[in-house]
Design a protein around this ligand. Structure first.
Ligand code: ADP
Length: 266
């Protein structure tokens, strides 16, 4: 019987250790599946501009000079647009792939965020005008801060471009920048509020996922790849901050990024 008990014990140990190693494999398998899905989605996203490019080039190739120049200009415009899309996609993918390997390089330096925010809003004014959306800025007159200026601009642009894209003519988009001082750490709050189409509640948890777009056909019309918010999240997380959204269909959305700031000597 002693041998029997020892045997049973051994069998139990083997079963338990197998179960443990299977449990340990779950996150690895999930990460692998996520990576595979990412590659599949990226390839799929690349196929669309490539097929549009091929079709455009074939059209120009078959063209015997009889069609008027406005037709050729139109085809060329389409080619340019798709090349821009691919270019944007390539740099977005590179950024996400880098952050997967822990390589989001942050280059912190002092700059005036109030000034940067005003310039960024100025840069997006044209897009807002085309969409007939009013763009407003609420920020302190000067805000010296030590962060990665390029990354912060990228974050603001992602929020603002989305807000403009998903707001109907006559709507308002407001960028608010607030700096809060705390006893242990300070907090920088970047908020973009829009009076746009809003996001259904059931979609909210998923919109920060890579390539996720609730309405793919409409979203393609407005030009994104579904990577913007995933990149915004990556940037905020590189600073150990939080990102979230509140939204109501037909009323509007509020995107919020909160970055902890460890006060540094100027
Ligand atoms: P993209 O805009 O390229 O599709 P994003 O990752 O930036 O990708 O956004 C994901 C999705 O979240 C968008 O497709 C859109 O449906 C939704 N979304 C983002 N911002 C807004 C907004 N301000 N108002 C309404 N919907 C939004």
């Amino acid at each position: 019987t002693l041998l029997g008990i020892a045997f049973l014990f051994l069998a139990l140990v083997i079963v338990f250790s197998r179960w443990m190693s299977r449990q340990a494999m779950i996150p690895i398998r999930k990460a692998y599946e996520r990576q595979q899905q990412f590659v599949a989605d990226a390839s799929h996203e690349l196929r669309t501009p490539i097929s549009v490019l091929l079709a455009s080039i074939e059209t120009l190739d078959m063209e015997d000079g009889s069609s008027d120049s406005s037709f050729r200009d139109w085809v060329f415009e389409g080619i340019k647009e798709e090349v821009h899309r691919m270019n944007r996609l390539a740099s977005d993918l590179l950024l996400l792939a880098r952050s997967d390997t822990g390589e989001v390089l942050i280059h912190n330096a002092w700059f005036d965020l109030a000034d940067t925010a005003a310039q960024t809003v100025g840069r997006l004014n044209l897009l807002a005008e085309v969409q007939q959306v009013e763009l407003k800025l609420n920020a302190p007159s000067v805000l010296r801060i030590c962060l990665d200026q390029e990354k912060i601009i990228q974050l603001i642009v992602i929020f603002l471009e989305n807000a403009i894209k998903y707001t109907l003519p006559g709507g308002i988009v407001t960028l608010t920048i607030t700096y809060k001082t705390g006893s242990l750490k300070d907090t920088l709050l970047i908020e973009v509020y829009d009076t746009g189409v809003g996001i259904p509640e059931e979609e909210l948890p998923r919109i920060f996922e890579r390539f996720y777009r609730p309405d793919k056909s409409r979203s393609r019309q407005v030009g994104g790849h579904g990577l913007g918010l995933a990149i915004a999240k990556q940037i905020v997380e590189a600073y150990a901050g939080t990102i979230n959204v509140e939204s109501k269909p037909g009323v509007g959305s509020l995107f919020k990024a909160e970055l902890p700031i460890v006060p540094l000597p100027m």
